[in-house]
Design a protein around this ligand. Structure first.
Ligand SMILES: Cc1ncc(COP(=O)(O)O)c(C=O)c1O
Length: 469
């Protein structure tokens, strides 16, 4: 059914941010498209920020916003948290430098702490981003199984390397049948033939997944999954349980990509929430306290593929000889891996979250309920979809979403316009993005967002919204 004209749907005419515009024009002279990551762009031009504090950020035109993006979820404590500042300063003070390029005590203390939260992390490696973490996880699975294909889910994002750059945001016309989706490249220049090494699975459709996995079982090294798609559409418990069972049965490594859900879907991540033990886990965002960081952890025997001596004693001449064969060891290295100051920021983040996570989750749930009630009062069918401290506002008449195709049928256009209106009100998120709550989103901040929401909905009128057929 066609959508009726609605004032929320009009192109915003309020976009007068002189300095942001100037920054954008200047940036284009130096940076392709004026940005250093494509995700930072949105039309007519992105807003350039210059300061952040707690729940707030300020742009170069001196507009202040409540931040709901929170560095795409990385800032679980908000901006410039005192504990993070102190941890970094103290680490610098103690170490006298900010980089050794040698082992450091914090590498071990942080690994131990992560393992206490996620016991599936029997051994741990650090990386410099979530992308590096998922890349290492996939390569570990190749090395361990000797197989060369991976399976990923339609609509799931795992970073920017070839095997996973398929079917993140495919158009439905390209994406093939719902029960057996086609791999759709997400980027130019993906090597010809690579798509044959990436199998696409439909999320939350266990029987279809089982059929596909059985078909490719001899070639599949791993299934990589965002247990909560896009950080907000949760797998059903039964889906997750059966996915674990079938991958175990078929000898396929199960990788949980918890870059978004780690320390956001509870302090044990999605694996705690679902009570599932994946073979490998990739983490990022929150655990780096807002700094570039990633973690891969998992089963000892898989992780040991990357050990320089693969468990053998290098000082034993006999085994050292065997271990010297480089092709036996999965390459993993990095100048900045296990950066002491980032590990200090990670520790500080956990110090705070271990005390404040549950209150933040409680406030998130109250906020979600208040938003749903408000949208409903103004005649807009809307559900909030999420777990823990992340959720998205989804304009739909459905009661539940199960995957990417469901989400595409919701009223994304209206959601986008709502986001632009909220920007005008001083509530920041990248249009269409999920909301990532932080410990600093207290009751007063949430109340202020609700007031802004009410003003936007009042202006928007009461026209009914329909899902796409
Ligand atoms: C689930 C997931 N995996 C991997 C990544 C990549 O992480 P990074 O941006 O740190 O490379 C992201 C980033 O948003 C993510 O959400």
């Amino acid at each position: 059914m066609a959508m009726r004209e609605n004032s929320l749907l009009r192109t915003p005419d309020f976009w007068h941010k002189e300095n942001s515009k100037r920054c954008y024009e200047k940036a284009k002279e130096f940076l392709p498209g004026g940005v250093t990551a494509n995700i930072k762009h949105f039309p007519p031009y992105p807003i350039t920020m210059k300061r952040g504090e707690g729940a707030y950020i300020v742009d170069v035109d001196d507009n202040r916003y409540i931040d709901l993006l929170m560095g795409y979820g990385a800032l679980a404590l908000g901006h410039g948290h005192q504990k993070i500042k102190e941890a970094i300063e103290e680490q610098f003070q103690i170490d006298g430098t900010h980089l050794f390029g040698t082992p450091h005590e914090k590498e071990v203390s942080f690994a131990k702490r992560l393992q206490e939260h996620m016991p599936s992390l029997e051994k741990i490696r650090y990386t410099n981003s979530g992308t590096e973490a998922t890349l290492l996880a996939v390569r570990l699975a190749y090395a361990y199984t000797g197989k060369k294909k991976i399976a990923k889910f339609e609509g799931h994002y795992h970073g920017g390397f070839e095997e996973v750059l398929y079917s993140i945001t495919p158009t439905i016309s390209e994406a093939g049948p719902g029960e057996n989706p086609h791999p759709v490249p997400e980027s130019s220049e993906i090597e010809a033939g690579t798509d044959e090494d990436t199998v696409i699975l439909p999320f939350n459709q266990i029987e279809d997944c089982k059929n596909i996995l059985r078909r490719y079982k001899d070639e599949l090294a791993a299934v990589i999954v965002e247990p909560v798609q896009g950080g907000f559409i949760p797998a059903s418990r039964s889906f997750m349980k059966q996915l674990r069972e079938v991958t175990k049965e078929l000898g396929i490594v199960l990788i949980f990509d918890e870059v978004k859900t780690g320390f956001r879907t509870g302090l044990q991540g999605a694996q705690g929430f679902y009570n599932i033990k994946p073979d490998l886990t990739a983490l990022g965002k929150v655990i780096g306290g807002g700094f570039p960081f990633g973690v891969v952890g998992g089963k000892d025997e898989i992780m040991m593929e990357s050990s320089p001596n693969k468990g053998k004693d290098l000082f034993d001449a006999q085994t050292a000889k065997q271990a010297a064969n480089k092709s036996d060891v999965l390459f993993h290295s990095g100048t900045y891996n296990g950066h002491p100051m980032i590990l200090a920021a990670g520790h500080a983040t956990l110090d705070v979250l271990e005390h404040e996570y549950h209150d933040t989750e409680k406030r998130t749930n109250q906020f979600r309920k208040a938003l749903e009630d408000m949208f409903s009062a103004y005649g807009y069918p809307m559900i909030t979809v999420g777990t823990g401290t992340i959720f998205s506002v989804v304009l739909t008449e459905k009661e539940r979403l199960i995957n990417y195709r469901d989400f595409q049928k919701t009223n994304l256009q209206l959601r986008k316009q709502f986001d632009y209106c909220m920007l005008r009100e001083g509530v920041y998120t990248k249009p269409l993005n999920r909301y990532s709550m932080a410990t600093v989103h207290g009751d007063d901040v949430i109340e202020s967002i609700l007031q802004s929401t009410e003003r936007v909905l009042q202006r928007g009128g009461l026209s009914p919204i329909r899902d796409k057929e």
